[in-house]
Design a protein around this ligand. Structure first.
Ligand code: NAD
Length: 495
């Protein structure tokens, strides 16, 4: 079905101390092409020993990497960005092949991956800190220093973009790292390692250990030399990681799940809201932490908006992710397809009205294809209202007034994003204050400014990355207090 003919390096290795190396473990497992579930290749089930080797390489490299001049480090990271752009098409194709996201969307993600490196390379040279002068007695100033080895653990939904979102600020901060990519989608990480080599990033600064979360991921979390863990993934995995990292007192950044609302008031520009809601529900195959998987619609425009929605969802172009026109590709794995399908069945049992989709589309007998699915008449008791499905499934329900909209928006354990659609500026800002979420967009879909903090409230995460917040996480903040004169010092023991 797909005409893609990139020769896959079927036997992926770990990347440790600047080289691709075999694992100490003989065990390997397969990763698949979501379009047909044929095997694309294998990765090692990275062992504790692999993790230890990678962490030690990163620890050794830390000494010189942290001391490299800022301008040199910045230059090297810009070079990584340049090379990501040079290999943009290849990277986008790898990502589409391995994840199933349509090529037009993976291209944007690769561009974002390059931007991540450019952005943090620039930011590194522009960081400023606080200084406090205490009359003529003291000058107190703040400096930041790199911390050491970071463990970066990433999910399968947008592998390259999320990996670079962590790697770029981590290296810019002067830390070194070991990346544990998601086991289903390891391909682009290895291409990134080749890029690191070509960019001249010193051996040991960036390492990869593949494998199963509960083994190689857990070993990384438990390793005493690893000082920081930046994790993106499911909330329950985040909880487990925090438990496992407690005995070595890790610093954590947790970017977790979401069940985000789009709230449509009757006075909104309904056409723009419609475009945005559809994009934020079905782009990236709906496998998107910031997806608006719940659309809350004001009663007076509920029927109108819903019928516009149904009409458009029906026309979403599902197909070969290598086809430039495809809008929705196959889900990442058969196991994930089944998980999403189970939620759809639950939604039907719970009494939500299935307006479109709900199953495999006609003509797609192989691969993990699922029609874009639209439910209406939801209520807040439903599982499909409360739980993250992480697929192309949107649930619509109505609200009477502002208070009810806020209460429904907040009636889930998650709090990652919310999208508010209204022309009433005061109301929009009241909602922005009242909704429990880390990021709110007013009259917009998710458009990121890399300078702003990214992260979630409640069960959607702990901490923020992005802009200077990434440096807060990846660096130690130190205060230096300097006496300017001969201030009074207590004189214990002097009679
Ligand atoms: P997951 O939690 O199953 O796995 C994420 C990573 O953690 C993988 O690399 C996995 O191998 C590893 N892992 C699993 N168990 C581990 C353990 N005990 N110790 C260490 N590592 C372990 O998540 P997933 O299914 O790959 O991704 C989907 C989830 O990610 C969704 O919940 C989605 O909302 C979330 N996500 C959040 C954001 C965000 O920024 N908030 C972005 C993208 C995805």
């Amino acid at each position: 079905m797909n005409a893609f003919n990139y020769t896959v390096s079927e036997y992926l290795r770990n990347f440790i101390n600047g080289e691709f190396v075999d694992s100490n473990s003989k065990e390997r497992f397969e990763f698949l092409n979501p379009s047909n579930n044929k095997i694309l290749g294998t990765i090692p089930a990275g062992s504790e020993k692999d993790v230890d080797m990678a962490v030690k390489a990163a620890r050794k490299a830390f000494e010189s990497w942290r001391n490299m001049s800022m301008s040199k480090r910045s230059e090297m990271l810009h070079e990584v960005a340049r090379l990501i752009r040079k290999y943009k098409e290849e990277l986008a194709r790898i990502e589409t092949l391995n994840v199933g996201i349509p090529i037009s969307q993976t291209r944007s993600q690769v561009e974002r991956a390059a931007e991540n490196f450019d952005f943090f390379a620039d930011m590194l040279t522009k960081l400023s800190e606080e200084v406090y002068v205490d009359d003529d007695k003291f000058i107190n100033y703040v400096i930041r220093s790199p911390i050491g080895v970071a463990g970066l653990i990433t999910p399968w939904n947008t592998p390259l973009m999320l990996e670079t979102w962590k790697i770029a600020p981590c290296l810019a901060a002067g830390d070194t790292c070991v990346l544990k990519p998601a086991e289903w989608t390891p391909m682009s990480a290895n291409k990134l390692a080749e890029i690191m080599q070509e960019a001249g990033i010193p051996a040991g600064v960036f390492n990869i250990v593949h494998g199963i979360g509960e083994l190689s991921g857990a070993a990384l979390v438990a390793h005493p030399y690893v000082r920081l863990i930046s994790f993106t993934g499911e909330t329950v995995t985040g909880m487990e990681i925090m438990r496992n990292g407690a005995s070595t007192l890790k610093r954590f950044s947790m970017e977790l799940g979401g069940k985000n609302p789009a709230i449509i008031f009757a006075d909104a520009d309904l056409k723009r809201a419609l475009d945005a809601v559809i994009f934020m529900a079905y782009s990236l195959n709906g496998e998107r932490c910031t997806a608006n998987s719940r659309v809350l619609i004001e009663e007076s425009v509920y029927d109108e908006f819903l019928s516009m929605l149904a009409e458009r969802v029906e026309k979403i172009r599902i197909g070969d992710p290598f086809d430039e026109r495809t809008e929705l590709g196959p889900l990442v794995r058969p196991e994930h397809w089944q998980r999403v399908k189970n939620y759809i069945d639950i939604g039907i049992k719970e009494g939500a009205k299935l307006l479109y989709g709900g199953d495999r589309p006609k003509g797609f007998d192989e691969g993990n294809y699922l029609s874009p699915t639209l439910f209406a008449d939801g209520n807040s008791e439903m599982k499909i209202f409360k739980e993250e499905i992480f697929g192309p499934v949107l649930l619509a329900m109505k609200f009477k007034n502002e208070e009810e909209a806020i209460s429904l928006a907040n009636d889930v354990v998650y709090g990652l994003t919310a999208y508010i659609w209204t022309k009433d500026v005061e109301r929009a800002n009241r909602l922005a204050q009242a909704i429990e979420a880390g990021m709110i967009w007013i009259n917009s879909h998710n458009v990121r400014d890399l300078r702003t903090p990214f992260g979630g409230a409640k069960y959607s995460g702990i901490g923020r990355e992005g802009g200077k917040y990434s440096f807060d996480f990846y660096m130690e903040t130190k205060t230096v207090q300097v006496a300017l004169g001969r201030h009074k010092i207590p004189t214990f023991g002097v009679i």
